[in-house]
Structure formats: structure tokens, C-alpha cells
Write a protein that binds this ligand. Structure first.
Ligand code: ATP
Length: 323
């Protein structure tokens, strides 16, 4: 392997810049040529490919977002699109890829390897933490911290006015951000897609908390929850808790931004180096992750299987602490 292309794809996540920077630095360390592919697979198809130099990755480690930009590419889902992308890689002599993104982006890398034999290593870049083969994805810790800081602020106003707040956090159909935010911000209840909580039970819990004279009540709702989003649940519950002034806050995209935490910077840095070393050792079609503080390479086909779930203990702990 002589020339590695690196790209970020799908939803952006804090720490993607740190991952790009580590990948490129590691490439330079091993005397490889490194190429930035801008706007994910879309840029691969449109030949937005530039050779990277040291100056391109200066002062990006601490920045949120991705300086290579990210995109969703419908064209890459077609055989013709992928052929165009392959032709561009060949034109630049790029013989391996590091793809930083979520399950969709890694699926694309896997398909591309199958079709054209371009060695690829995926790095888990998503705030949702919904990839197997790693304890944490790049961006997840930062998103949890952002959510908790925002909820702390909401709590100030909730307490001052004895309000009941429903706060919706991101995570798609996974409840990882929600359960962490719930435990980390002392929520009255946490609703996650993995567990169904009947509305009656939620009402009971909130009534019990009122009796116990709890000062503020914040319910965390995962965006992909089975009973609906925060607004839907708030409207369902309104009639049963008439004495509460109920408010809804959807944290939304602010959870995607911001400077990555120390944890995400270190994770992204380790994984960037692992990606380059993995490619040099002939580890293809795999995702690099960290499990129990050790680098682990998992076949992409396994990493993208939707079987990572919120730990039963975390759910139990959240319940104990809010009852
Ligand atoms: P996030 O978890 O933040 O949504 P993601 O990587 O899962 O990130 P997707 O939009 O699912 O985001 O995928 C990113 C891109 O990867 C798609 O726009 C598409 O170009 C490519 N991709 C996804 N699935 C496939 C597929 N089955 N075949 C080819 N390319 C794919």
C-alpha cells in the first residue's frame, strides 16, 4: 500500500477531525501518500480528491465537525456511481481507503471492497454508538456531554418554575445517548427504544415524585422511542398531570457539534493509527474499534449488524436512581 484515501461520510460527529488527523499523521510516519476525499462518497464520484500535506491537518484535532466535509450520496448506492468512484481512485493511484462514518458508510466500504477489491478499513464515526465491535463510537462521548450540559441548564428553569420537562435527545433507534444523559443528569425517567415504558407507569412515577416533593422533573426521551418523540409523549401525559406546566425541548443538532472531549480525541487518535497499521498488515474489510481498552478489528459485516443494545444494568441503574 502506497496511497491511502480518507473520507468522512454520513452524519458528522465530533472527533472525526481527530480521526482524520491521526490517520494522515500515521500515514506520513510510515512514508505513505495521503489523500483527502471531500464530501464522502459524493466527492469520490465527483473527483473532489486532494493530496494532503501536514499543514492541512494542523489545528483540526480540537475542532468539531469534519474539515473533509460529509455527505450522503445516493449515486454511490448505484453500480454506475461506484464505478465512477473507482475510476477516480485509480486516476490518483489510491490503493486503500479509510472510511470514517456510521453503519451506512461502512456498508458502502464493504460493497466497494467486494466489487473492486479496494482494501478498506472503517472507523466508527457516529454520535449514536450503534456499531458493534467497539465499546464507544467516535463522537458519542462528546454528544453525551453536550446533552448533559444542556439538561443542566434546563433543570435550572425547571426547578425555578416547578415545571415538568420532556427533553428529546438524538440516537436514532438506539438509546445510548438517552440512557447516559438520564443517569448523568438525574432524570425522573428515561424512555429508550429498547424498552417499552407504558405511559401509565410513567404517570405513576411522576405522581410519586410529586408526593416526594422532588424539586424538578426532567424526562429524557430518545428520538426513536417506541411511544413517540418528546412532544407526542408530553401531549399524551398532559391530561393526567393537570397541575404541571409541561414543556418540551428537542436538543437536536447541537448534539452533533462542539469540540470533542478528551475521551473522543484519544479514541479517534488511537483508531486513526490503527486504521493505517491495519491496512499495512493486510487487514481489509474490517472496522477498527476499542474494546476493553484494546484495539480490535471486526469484519464490517459484523460491526454493522444491529445487535448492540443498551446494557441491561444501565437501564436498571437509571431506574433505581430515579425512583
Ligand atoms: P449515521 O449513522 O450518522 O447516519 P451513516 O454512515 O449510517 O451515518 P448513511 O446515510 O446511512 O449514514 O450512509 C452514508 C452513505 O454511505 C450513504 O449516503 C451512501 O452513499 C453510502 N451507503 C450507505 N448504505 C449503502 C449501501 N447499501 N450501498 C452503497 N452505499 C451505501
Amino acid at each position: 500500500i502506497k496511497k491511502i484515501g480518507v473520507l468522512t461520510s454520513g452524519g458528522d460527529a465530533p472527533g472525526m477531525n481527530a480521526a482524520i488527523r491521526a490517520t494522515v499523521r500515521a500515514g506520513f510516519y510510515y512514508n505513505l501518500e495521503m489523500y483527502g476525499i471531500y464530501r464522502g462518497y459524493e466527492g469520490m464520484i465527483n473527483d473532489e480528491i486532494k493530496k494532503l500535506e501536514s499543514k492541512n491537518i494542523a489545528h483540526v484535532l480540537e475542532r468539531g465537525g469534519t474539515f473533509l466535509k460529509s455527505a450522503r450520496s445516493a449515486e454511490f448506492r448505484t453500480q454506475e456511481g461506484r464505478q465512477k468512484a473507482y475510476n477516480n481512485l485509480k486516476k490518483h493511484g489510491i490503493d486503500a481507503l479509510v472510511v470514517i462514518g456510521g453503519d451506512g458508510s461502512l456498508t458502502g466500504a464493504h460493497l466497494f471492497f467486494q466489487e473492486f477489491g479496494i482494501p478498506a478499513i472503517g472507523l466508527p464515526g457516529t454520535i449514536d454508538n450503534d456499531l458493534s465491535g467497539t465499546d464507544s463510537t467516535i463522537g458519542f462521548d462528546t454528544a453525551c456531554n453536550t446533552a448533559i450540559q444542556a439538561i443542566d441548564k434546563i433543570r435550572d428553569t425547571a426547578t425555578s418554575h416547578d415545571r415538568l420537562f420532556f427533553v428529546e435527545v438524538m440516537g436514532r433507534d438506539a438509546g445510548f445517548i438517552a440512557i447516559n444523559a438520564g443517569i448523568g443528569s438525574a432524570a425522573a425517567a428515561t424512555l429508550i427504544p429498547e424498552k417499552k415504558m407504558p405511559i401509565e407507569r410513567l404517570v405513576e412515577r411522576l405522581k410519586a415524585r410529586t408526593k416526594a416533593l422532588k424539586q424538578s422533573n426532567i424526562v429524557i426521551v430518545a428520538e426513536g422511542g417506541k411511544s413517540g418523540g418528546a412532544a407526542e409523549i408530553a401531549s399524551k401525559i398532559k391530561k393526567q398531570l393537570p397541575y404541571y406546566d409541561i414543556k418540551v425541548t428537542i436538543l437536536g443538532h447541537l448534539q452533533r457539534g462542539g469540540s470533542p472531549t478528551s475521551f473522543d480525541r484519544v479514541l479517534a487518535s488511537k483508531l486513526g493509527v490503527a486504521a493505517v497499521e491495519g491496512l499495512m498488515q493486510g487487514k481489509y474489510d474490517v472496522m477498527a474499534g476499542v474494546i476493553n481498552n484494546k484495539i480490535v478489528f471486526t469484519p464490517i459485516t459484523k460491526a454493522i449488524v444491529d445487535d448492540k443494545e443498551v446494557d441491561e444494568d444501565d437501564f436498571r441503574i437509571a431506574k433505581i436512581l430515579s425512583t
